[in-house]
Design a protein around this ligand. Structure first.
Ligand SMILES: NC(=O)c1ccc[n+]([C@@H]2O[C@H](COP(=O)([O-])OP(=O)(O)OC[C@H]3O[C@@H](n4cnc5c(N)ncnc54)[C@H](OP(=O)(O)O)[C@@H]3O)[C@@H](O)[C@H]2O)c1
Length: 351
């Protein structure tokens, strides 16, 4: 590993600290290095807050401030060049007199996309871009998907028995995954912008779709309920977390429940994704049911499948899970309690 890669890997580590908090902004980490010593570190903690570069600069101790112009700034994503909620970072870097900047990857956001680099280079800053670029791009895959594909990053997650069943006879709900996996799923929820279920699952399972781990945040709960026919006693409408009901009838807000009218088509998937994009929902954890999973799979509209298999459980008469045939092995597999979790990742150009 080169010295640039070593410092960049620390930037990526810092950026990961904001998982689930930075969206719809990207996760970014930054370091300031002087003569082999890290004099500043920062990451973008939450949307609307200071960017990683600013956090990093502000973290430099008073006696080290005079070293800033002769330091190298490492940042996992190209510094911004536009006035958003905060001023452009490229301007701040130039104003600080920094002469050397090392970047993980370019910013795919159309208002930046190379302009940050151009502005710094025009001011005489020496810029090196593309250090650990695959890892840097992977870290912001939700942000990249949102800006490049104009839809949320979609994670399909379901639990099935060893014989591929997702519910008991006639679709009656039953616990399939172990407690350890349930805790992991709550962590997953806290990392995404929204969780989705179809109307069938909302009715059969009446899920709460909240994040029940200490310090976890509730994502937006999303359901498609074509005719707004779901009963109001369901947990989705209990006000514990915001809920978005995509439907073909009405628009509006009632307490914690928002209604978004989508195009009345036989297939509501494109309308759902468009509405979520417009509402800045950067990632979506799809938690069922079978019909909706198959809709996402058939449309090729998914980025990850997290398949939980209860390896010691069989339900021969149960409801068969989504038809999912993935070429090749999962990118990652892990054991959790009595379950195996296989994670399949789609190549970025797909969907
Ligand atoms: N093991 C697990 O991980 C897990 C997780 C969740 C749910 N489940 C189980 O799955 C079962 C529920 O599955 P499900 O298939 O009945 O329910 P679902 O997928 O939640 O909802 C099905 C409904 O959604 C609509 N739908 C699906 N795709 C659509 C599309 N592309 N466009 C428009 N509408 C679409 C259909 O409406 P129309 O019929 O009106 O067309 C259908 O009635 C339950 O037994 C539940 O326990 C298991």
């Amino acid at each position: 590993m080169s010295i640039h890669e070593l410092y960049m890997s620390r930037c990526l580590q810092l950026a990961r600290l904001a998982q689930g908090h930075a969206a719809p902004n990207p996760q970014v980490g930054a370091l300031l290095v002087h003569g082999g010593r890290i004099i500043g570190e920062g990451w973008h903690r939450s949307c609307g807050g200071p960017h990683a570069e600013v956090e990093c600069l502000e973290s430099v101790a008073l006696p080290d401030r005079s070293l800033i112009p002769s330091s190298t700034l490492y940042v996992s994503l190209e510094p911004c060049a536009h006035q958003g909620r905060t001023p452009p970072c490229a301007d701040r870097i130039i104003a600080e007199g920094i002469r050397q900047v090392v970047i993980g990857c370019r910013d795919p956001f159309s208002l930046v996309d190379g302009r940050g680099i151009e502005r710094m280079e025009a001011a005489g800053v020496q810029v090196t871009c593309g250090v650990l670029s695959s890892a840097a791009e992977d870290l912001i895959r939700r942000f990249r998907c949102f800006h490049l594909q104009k839809r949320p990053y979609v994670i399909l997650k379901w639990a099935q028995t060893a014989d591929g069943r997702v519910a008991a006879t006639e679709g009656l709900p039953c616990r399939i995954s172990s407690k350890a996996t349930d805790r992991l799923v709550h962590l997953w929820r806290s990392q995404e912008s929204a969780i989705f279920v179809g109307s069938g699952t909302a009715l059969t399972d009446n899920p709460m779709l909240t994040c029940r781990i200490p310090g976890g945040r509730h994502p937006l709960r999303v359901v498609v309920d074509r005719a707004c026919a779901l009963p109001s006693h369901l947990h989705l409408f209990d006000g514990e977390a915001p809920t978005l009901v995509c439907n073909v009838k009405k628009e509006g807000v009632e307490g914690m429940v928002s209604y978004a009218r989508i195009m009345d088509e036989p297939d509501l998937l494109p309308g759902l994704l468009h509405t979520l994009y417009q509402r800045q929902v950067q990632s979506l954890l799809v938690e069922g049911g079978v019909r909706w999973m198959e809709s996402f799979l058939q449309a090729g509209c998914w980025d990850e499948v997290r398949l939980i298999t209860a390896i010691h459980t069989r339900l021969p008469d149960g409801l068969p899970g989504p038809q999912f045939r993935m070429q090749g092995n999962p990118q990652r597999s892990l054991l959790s309690g009595q379950d195996r979790i296989d994670i399949f990742m789609q190549s970025e150009s797909h969907g």
